[in-house]
Design a protein around this ligand. Structure first.
Ligand SMILES: [Zn+2]
Length: 107
């Protein structure tokens, strides 16, 4: 049983050292947890693309995030300025890249 006790003591000591280090590093640099910017932007680039479209009703340009994971399709969204419905048509290549995007009026 003596051995077990020694091991437990060592584990507690190690944990204590680790906690102290993290705390002192935080105190030194005043850092908050941050995300790795590289991995995040890579993921979003594969999932969609940000494009600027133009409302066919009022002519206002607006930004839209296009989801390219579903291949070619059309969907309807409301203009952020005049609130009228816009049909957005996506053409996505077989490699999952955006071929073209067009907007048209919906009655
Ligand atoms: Zn509009």
């Amino acid at each position: 049983m003596g051995r077990r006790g020694d091991k437990a003591d060592a584990a507690v000591l190690l944990a204590g050292v680790t906690t102290l280090d993290a705390a002192s590093i935080d105190a030194l640099y005043g850092l908050e947890p941050i995300f790795e910017p590289g991995s995040v932007s890579t993921d979003t680039a594969e999932l969609g693309v940000f494009v600027e479209l133009q409302c066919p009703w009022c002519g206002e340009p607006y930004g839209s995030m296009l989801d390219l994971t579903d291949a070619s399709r059309a969907y309807i969204e409301d203009c952020q300025v005049c609130c009228r419905p816009i049909e957005v048509r996506l053409e996505v290549s077989e490699r999952g890249e955006l071929d073209s995007v067009s907007t048209s009026r919906v009655d």
